[in-house]
Design a protein around this ligand. Structure first.
Ligand code: DUC
Ligand code: ZN
Ligand code: ZN
Length: 467
């Protein structure tokens, strides 16, 4: 009889608070002891020369999301969560889209049907509310919050998704009553449509005009408005995928007024720019996402935001479309105008190595802040802590071993997602996750999957801001 299922020995553990040498004992999928000289396990993992970190939580990914006529996302739950695991993640949070006229329950039934039994890491859904009827807000939202669906996303742009200010106010009020955290995609839709019409009239239809028709003021104004609407209702809010300083300043200003505003940024705002949308031929389409990558000043601002806590979470906004595909970036309508290019880029597998290499190795953030930004804060923000997001006795044994010395050039051929390209092609990083364990089970190690779709659905508790 052994005391433990697994012991991880000899590694350097880092949490959001501490870095220390210790062994970890695991039993029944949970961490049951942390200390020196642990022994008595059926399996021992030698973690010498490895960092031992809480598994990454990517709280912003899109998987199998309906994306318009004859457009198909490149990942299903199998491929997306496989890529997530190889990228050092143990939980992902995709978006369940409510279609117009649909109930949230029906949307969830459909989405669970795609996800359940098909995931390699644990999952939990945000709901995208596009049709906030009295029934949806008054009946469904509170019932679903009680069942652990405690976050929704609202869009201020996109025909079919965008909500009016009044609908946002009503949704915020319902979320407040239900204890649900509201995430907002903040871009001014009318301004975008005006700029797009103007560009197209001038014959400006290449991919690069996706960026120029969604300039910073479009994001700044909508960020300000979203925060203002949340202030009127007196409810916390999360501004997702922030790309630039002016939107950051809106978050700063609101916090100085005492508002609870959370912020998120993503790898594309650290290492890509709008120039990438101007690559030769149609290659710029590979970088079409919203908000678009900006310039090097905005990159520097986003780094500063990670350093000084403007941003609580760092997510991928994984939203993959194949490039060489008429149902992807080369959609026949997209070839005619930037307006119809499917919007989004893959990134669930590369989020962590990019931040580790560019952030920790370059001394912009320390290892503990890295853990906070990529795991702990996601768990705290979305009601998963301390089950997830840390290495502590009683927590799920969601653990990732990192080789901090491994030098790797990001190449599509080495990745596991369903897309046929990576926008981060050719970036050389130092530090790579080499073993991913979910609830005590090794899911992948040394380039190989070692478990088959053992991910579980996670009900969540109250989110941050609703203490
Ligand atoms: N918003 C997202 O959050 N992801 C992809 C596209 C978008 O507009
Ligand atoms: Zn968005
Ligand atoms: Zn997104």
């Amino acid at each position: 009889m052994t005391a433990f299922d697994t012991i991880i020995t000899g590694g350097t553990i880092a949490t959001a608070a501490d870095t220390f040498q210790a062994d970890i004992a695991i039993q029944g999928g949970r961490i049951v002891a942390i200390g020196e000289g642990l022994s008595g396990a059926a399996h021992t993992i030698d973690a010498r020369d490895r960092l031992v970190l809480p598994g990454g939580i990517d709280s912003h990914v899109h998987i199998s999301q309906p994306s318009g006529p004859r457009v198909v996302m490149a990942d299903d739950f199998n491929s997306a969560t496989r890529a997530a695991a190889f990228g050092g993640n143990t939980t992902v949070m995709p978006f369940c889209l409510q279609q117009s006229g649909q109930s949230l329950r029906d949307a969830l039934t459909w989405y669970h049907g795609l996800a359940d039994g098909n995931c390699h890491v644990d999952v939990s859904f945000h709901l995208i509310v596009t049709d906030p009827t009295p029934q949806v807000l008054g009946q469904e939202l509170p019932a679903l919050a009680a069942e652990g669906y405690t976050s929704i996303k609202l869009f201020m742009t996109y025909p079919g998704l965008r909500l009016s200010d009044r609908a946002i106010l009503d949704s915020l009020a319902a979320a407040k009553a239900a204890g649900t955290l509201v995430l907002v995609h903040a871009e001014n839709d009318d301004a975008i449509e005006y700029l797009r019409d103007t560009a197209e009239t001038a014959g400006d239809v290449a991919p690069k005009f996706h960026a120029s028709t969604r300039p910073i003021p479009v994001e700044r104004e909508a960020t300000h408005r979203a925060i203002t609407l949340a202030e009127i209702v007196d409810v916390p809010i999360m501004i997702v995928h922030v790309s630039n300083r002016e939107a950051m300043e809106e978050i700063d200003r609101a916090r100085r007024r005492g508002r609870t505003v959370f912020g998120e940024t993503c790898p594309q705002y650290l290492v890509l720019t709008a120039d990438d949308l101007d690559r030769t031929g149609f290659d710029g389409a590979k970088y079409v996402c919203s908000p678009p990558p900006r310039d090097t000043d905005s990159q520097a601002a986003c780094w500063e935001g990670l350093e000084r806590n403007v941003f609580d979470v760092f997510s991928s906004d994984h939203c993959p479309f194949r490039y060489e595909d008429p149902e992807g970036k080369k959609h026949p309508d997209g070839l005619k105008t930037f307006r119809a290019i499917p919007n989004g880029i893959p990134g669930v597998e590369t989020r962590l190595p990019i931040l580790f290499s560019e952030g920790v190795n370059r001394g912009r953030i320390d290892l503990n802040r890295f853990v906070a930004l990529t795991s702990t804060n996601h768990a705290k923000t979305y009601g998963l802590y301390p089950r997830k997001g840390t290495i502590a006795v009683g927590s799920h044994a969601d653990i990732v071993l990192w080789d901090p010395q491994r030098v790797q050039t990001i190449r599509q051929e080495n990745l596991h997602h369903g897309a046929d390209y990576t926008p981060f092609e050719g970036i050389t990083v130092t530090g790579w996750p080499v073993l991913t364990m979910v609830r005590g089970q090794i899911v992948c190690a040394n380039e190989t999957m070692t478990a088959e779709r053992t991910g579980q659905y996670l009900r969540r508790g109250r989110p941050a801001g609703y203490a």
